[in-house]
Design a protein around this ligand. Sequence first.
Ligand SMILES: NC(=O)c1ccc[n+]([C@@H]2O[C@H](COP(=O)([O-])OP(=O)(O)OC[C@H]3O[C@@H](n4cnc5c(N)ncnc54)[C@H](O)[C@@H]3O)[C@@H](O)[C@H]2O)c1
Length: 305
Amino acid sequence: MLKKRSIIGSGAVGSSLAFNIICRLDIKELVLLDISSDLAKGVALDLEDTRGFLDFSTTITGTKDFSQIKDSDIVVITAGVARKEGMSRLDLLKINAEIAKGISYKIKKYTPNSIIIVVTNPLDIITYVVNKETKISRYKILGMGSSLDTARLFNLIHKETRLSTSSFGGFVFGLHSNDMIVSMRRIRNKEEPIYKFLEKNKIKALQERVRYRGGEIVGFLKNKSAHFAPSLSCYYLIEAIANDKNEIIPVSVLLKGEYGLKNICMGVPCVINKKGIEKIIEIKLAETEKKEIGKIKKLFKECMI
Ligand SMILES: NC(=O)c1ccc[n+]([C@@H]2O[C@H](COP(=O)([O-])OP(=O)(O)OC[C@H]3O[C@@H](n4cnc5c(N)ncnc54)[C@H](O)[C@@H]3O)[C@@H](O)[C@H]2O)c1
C-alpha cells in the first residue's frame, strides 16, 4: 500500500491538491515543501486543522528541507512560477526549467524510487527536463495536462448540450498548450460521437475555446492561474496510482518511437496503475491528427534550442 506523498510547491495548485488528498485518501504522511518554508508550514497547519471535520490520521509536514521527502511513493512537482496575464506557457520555460532541474536532483538524491507527477508549466517541456535530469524510468514520470484539457472540453460540451459529463468518453491529447490536439471524433457520449449532438459551427468554437481556456482564466485572475480543476485532475492521477486502477488517462510521457516521435514528451493515453504508467497506448491517428503531431515535433524542437 502507498503511504507517503510529497508535494513540491505549496502555492495554489499544491495546497489545493493537498486538500483533495486529505479529503479523499487515507495516507500515513503528506509532506508539503516550498522554498518559502513559512508558506509550506502555514498551509500544513491550516490543513491539519481540518482534522476536526475530516477525522484523518495523516501526518502533515510543511518544510523547505528536501530530506523530508525521503522515501515518498509519489512526488508531485507544482513548484515554479505561475502564468501571469499575457504570459504564454513557453514564457515560463527558462525559469521553470531551472527550478525543475534543481528539484530533479533532490528527488534523485532522496527518493529515487518515487513515481513523479509533473504539473509545472510548460508541462511537456518540464516533464522532459525531469526525465533527462532524474534518468528515472519514463514509466514513472507522468505529466498532468491532457487530462485537465479533456475535463475542460467536457465542461464546455456540457454547457452547450446539457448532457451529463459522466456519459462522456475520449480525450484531448498532444501538448498541454494552445497546440493541443482536440479531435471531436475521439469524444463520445456513450456510444455516439459527440459531434452528432453539436452544430458544426459550435464544434469549431469549442475546439478553439478549450485551447485557450487556461489563458481565458488567467485573463480574469490576472496574477495567478487556475488551480481547482488542475489540482483535481492531478488528484485523479494519484487515485489511479494509489488504488491500482488500470485506468486509461492521457498523460505526458517521454516518447521513444511511439507515434513516430522520439525524445519528446506529450500527452497520450496511458494505462495508469500502482506502477505509474503500465502501458503507453498507440491510437490509430487520422490524417489531420498526423499533421498536428508533425507541428508538435517542430514546436518541441524549437523550445529545446
Ligand atoms: N499542468 C497543468 O495543467 C497546470 C495547471 C495549473 C497550473 N500549472 C502550473 O503549476 C505551477 C504552479 O502553479 P500555482 O498556481 O500553484 O503557482 P504558485 O505561484 O501559487 O505556487 C508555486 C509555488 O512554487 C514555489 N517554488 C518556486 N520554486 C521552488 C523551488 N525551487 N522549490 C520549492 N518550491 C518552489 C513558490 O514559492 C510557490 O509557492 C505553475 O508552473 C503553473 O503554470 C499547471
